[in-house]
Design a protein around this ligand. Structure first.
Ligand SMILES: NC(=O)C1=CN([C@@H]2O[C@H](COP(=O)(O)OP(=O)(O)OC[C@H]3O[C@@H](n4cnc5c(N)ncnc54)[C@H](OP(=O)(O)O)[C@@H]3O)[C@@H](O)[C@H]2O)C=CC1
Ligand SMILES: N[C@@H](CC=O)C(=O)O
Ligand code: NA
Length: 823
């Protein structure tokens, strides 16, 4: 024997009822005897409740709503039953509607709606749907029979939420089905869900999840091999897909897990109503009427071997937390007994409880709508304790959510809680309260409501690892470096996803003109077009505000500009748990206190501030210095060529050619700063040596760097970039002379930065053949570190230190390292 149950959406329309008939038919073809339980057509129960309310308050237009309900059922008959059979069924439906109307007239006369009458009114939903669908099924030649559950399910008289008398009920069900199997009844029994009756035959209803309950009672009484709950989704999911787009189906789940998940908001089934089936160890399949190929979820005593330690994550989006605390609670027996006794007496349902072992406080979560009432009740009941100072004021915290991480796999498995708190911490989600039962299959955390989506997504991401972790990127600057970075991400995304389990998603981008934000991610093959057509006028404060509002997990802000104004946002971004990656040197080369502040904020917030490309582009220079510092080395001297542009210029310029043209070429090759005056004035190198000295542990200020200027004053004074180039042309002879003088001595010109004895200096230096910097070619950089550990022979890093590809890849590597860190 199999039991099938169809919910409101499954029987909500002509189309869906066609599906239902097909499903029933396919069972029949297997020759099975089946019991099929129906809910009311989607929305009808609520309409009946509204009709009852209107009738009680004397509003006469409730008849209009009754007509609508009637029409919906008539339409099903018209669509699915041959015309010549229709009139009998219309009469049948009309008869039921007449009964409802009579009842409503009575209610409207006495203006009173008892729970008993309320149950009777709502029973019409299931009676109508089951009547009509039975006729549709029969007209397809399927041997079906309407069965009013009031004949089978006997309850007490607690209207609204009646208790089932199982002894009587089981007997009635077994007797009824014995008839259907000995062929005096049809093999397909079509049963009204949700309703029962008292021994005096008064109609009752079974409360929340009522039709599932009916199916479960019948399944248990008949010891069914399986109960199929047909819904409109593909079974239970690892999280609510409306909040976590990456959520996926759970093929098998245990009763206990299903209970925990549904308590915390997973609404596909309501397991308490399936209790009779659980008790008899009958598996429940949750299936999709609209996707019958899908295997859905099987709920049973044991689950299949799992790929993941946890099974699902669910949440209650809005709760309030009540705190009861005070020194008088420590070691005093009975305080919690009294507290929970009061709550029980006032029928206050508690969602979660947490008490620290200090016994100084107990907090519990409740529905926020009842919070004021709870406070008033507790204030009154604990008035004496409060007056004597044994209990402090009872407080309520609002705008909170609770997230439950559920899974049998967590039992006796260490590291789950660590992972959970670590991922929340790295994403700046503050945990307000925690509860874990000793069953170890649920860890619940209370967090601020505004972090709910971020917390759910980052937990889902971390626990369901085969799904790639998502890094959400916001890019400022789509110039040379920014656009090269986007191209590299695009080219590499498949590799990152399959080999590193990292999904890099660019969710925002801006330049000086347009900004575009899309939390779903901007596809990187047509970003230019989208930015141009969908982008809005840039406003950096607005861009940053939106980033904070989105509050996405694993967010990284990338500054690919050389702008001074952007760096003022770094601190607040880091403070909002958003990592920052940048090739822009401005933030790290301003006042030392600012540099330290950013380091501190990142550290305190557990996020990253990375800027490997501030020195030597993609060359691993900053990482090397940081590594040496972390391991306790001490820096004695730094000597370096840190400008790709100046390297290139002095390796390329020959007397008799145009110096300005060589600078132009450096710019075209992507070596220069957006404003090449920064390179030629020495400003760019000054910033780099300052940053290196700071990384090496020396708190230098910008004015501590002495620049021996290379340019004639007129070049320095040039107000615009074109004017600067004109000045370079005018001073060609000056540069030729510099070069010639060096060449006569067999030397080469190198723009060298050094740091020693707390002093940083930079300037043009002729170097001879024996100098390690002599052989440098192209736009290469070279850095030589003399430290306590590298004293006899310095540690040297050398290679291309400027250019779009090497810089963007350095930025990219920083970004990816954040992905690994967050994992
Ligand atoms: N080239 C190299 O080898 C290296 C460069 N770097 C650093 O990389 C950074 C970027 O350089 P590069 O790509 O060449 O510069 P570009 O001039 O090519 O690009 C700068 C981008 O930033 C945008 N931008 C500037 N100011 C703002 C603002 N206030 N708001 C929004 N967007 C803004 C520009 O917008 P728009 O397009 O509208 O003008 C442009 O898209 C610089 O800091 C540089 O020092 C670091 C190491 C090596
Ligand atoms: N303009 C710089 C680029 C890297 O910071 C250089 O020439 O080195
Ligand atoms: Na570097």
């Amino acid at each position: 024997m199999q039991v099938l149950k169809f919910g409101g959406t499954s029987v909500g329309s002509v189309e869906s009822i066609k599906q239902v008939i097909q499903i029933i038919d396919s069972h029949r073809q297997n020759g099975d005897h089946i019991a099929v339980v129906f809910s009311a057509m989607g929305g009808v129960t609520n309409q009946l409740i509204e009709i009852g309310r209107m009738a009680t308050s004397g509003e006469t237009d409730y008849m209009e709503l009754v007509r609508r309900i009637e029409d919906r059922h008539f339409n099903v008959v018209k669509a699915l039953i041959p015309v010549k059979e229709q009139s009998k069924i219309f009469a049948n439906v009309r008869g039921i509607i007449n009964e409802l109307e009579d009842l409503l007239r009575g209610v409207s006369l006495i203006r009173e709606l008892t729970l008993r009458t309320h149950d009777l009114i709502t029973s019409f939903g299931e009676r109508l749907s089951t009547t009509v669908i039975t006729e549709c099924v029969k007209s397809r030649g399927i041997p079906a029979q309407y069965c009013d559950a009031r004949q089978l399910i006997k309850t007490d008289a607690q209207f609204g939420h009646a208790e089932v008398n199982y002894t009587l009920t089981n007997q009635l069900i077994q007797d009824h089905f014995a008839k259907s199997s000995d062929r005096s009844g049809a093999p397909v029994q079509m049963i009204t869900g949700f309703i029962g009756s008292t021994e005096k035959n008064e109609t009752t209803t079974l409360g929340r999840g009522g039709s599932d309950y009916t199916a479960s009672i019948i399944g248990a009484a008949l010891n069914a091999e399986v109960i199929d709950i047909w819904t409109d989704v593909n079974g239970m999911m690892t999280a609510d897909p409306r909040k976590v787009p990456n959520a996926f189906n759970i093929p098998t789940i245990t009763y206990a897990e299903a209970m925990e998940l549904s308590h915390f908001g997973a609404k596909v089934i309501y397991p308490p109503s399936l209790q009779p089936a659980f008790a008899r160890n009958i598996p429940i399949r949750v299936l999709n009427t609209f996707n019958t190929e899908h295997k859905g979820t099987v709920v049973s005593r044991t689950a299949d071997r799992r790929q993941y330690t946890i099974t699902g994550i669910s949440s209650i989006d809005d709760i309030a937390l009540v705190n009861v605390q005070g020194s008088g609670m420590i070691g005093v027996a009975g305080v919690s007994a009294k507290l929970f006794g009061i709550l029980a007496a006032h029928k206050i349902s508690v969602i979660l409880i947490s008490q620290a072992s200090s016994e100084h406080s107990i907090c519990f979560a409740i529905d926020p709508r009842g919070a004021e009432n709870v406070k008033a009740v507790l204030d009154a009941e604990f008035a004496v304790e409060i007056e004597h100072g044994h209990i402090d004021n009872i407080t309520i915290e609002r705008d909170l959510s609770v997230i439950a991480t559920v899974g049998e796999g967590m039992k006796k498995s260490s590291g789950i809680a660590g992972k959970l708190f670590s991922v929340l911490g790295k994403n700046g989600v503050n945990v307000v309260a925690v509860a874990q039962g000793s069953s170890e299959i649920n860890i619940s955390v209370v967090i601020n409501k505004n972090n709910l989506s971020k917390a759910l997504n980052s937990l889902h991401n971390i626990f369901f690892q085969s799904e790639a972790r998502v890094l959400n990127l916001y890019l400022v600057g789509t110039g040379l470096i920014g656009r090269t970075l986007l191209k590299q991400i695009f080219d590499q995304s498949e590799f990152l996803r399959s080999e590193k389990l990292l999904k890099v998603c660019v969710v925002g981008m801006t330049n000086t003109k347009k900004m575009l934000l899309d939390p779903q991610g901007v596809s990187l093959d047509d970003w230019r077009e989208r930015l141009l057509t969908e982008g809005v006028t840039t406003s950096l404060p607005a861009f940053v505000e939106r980033i904070k509002d989105y509050n996405l997990p694993n967010s990284v802000f990338i500054d690919c500009t050389s702008d001074k104004d952007i760096v003022q946002f770094y601190d607040s971004l880091l403070d909002a748990n958003i990592s920052v990656v940048t090739p822009n040197k401005v933030a790290n080369s301003g006042p030392y206190s600012e540099y330290r502040r950013l380091q501190r904020t990142a550290l305190n917030r557990g996020v990253k501030f990375l800027y490997e490309t501030n020195v030597g582009a993609g060359l691993p220079i900053i990482n090397t210095v940081q590594g040496l510092m972390t391991s306790g080395d001490r820096f004695l001297k730094i000597e370096a060529i840190l400008s790709g542009t100046l390297s290139f210029i002095f390796n390329t310029f020959r007397p008799g050619t145009s110096f300005a043209d060589v600078v132009r070429e450096a710019k075209e090759k992507g070596y220069t700063e957006p404003d090449p005056r920064d390179d030629l004035s020495g400003q760019d190198v000054a910033r780099k040596i300052l940053i290196l000295a700071r990384e090496a542990g020396f708190p230098l200020e910008p004015e501590d760097v002495t620049i021996t200027n290379l340019l004639p004053q007129s070049c320095l004074d040039a107000p615009t970039i074109p004017a600067f180039f004109e000045e370079l042309e005018r001073n060609n002879e000056y540069f030729e002379n510099l070069l010639r003088d060096a060449e006569i001595r067999g030397e080469k010109l190198r723009f060298v930065a050094s740091f020693e004895n707390n002093k940083a200096t930079i300037g043009l230096r002729p170097v001879g053949l024996d100098h390690p910097f002599y052989q440098l070619t192209g736009a290469d950089n070279i850095v030589s570190f003399t430290t306590e550990r590298y004293k006899d022979r310095p540690l040297v890093i050398k290679g291309p230190g400027a250019g779009a590809e090497v810089t963007a890849s350095g930025v990219f590597a920083d970004v990816v390292s954040i992905g690994s860190y967050l994992a």
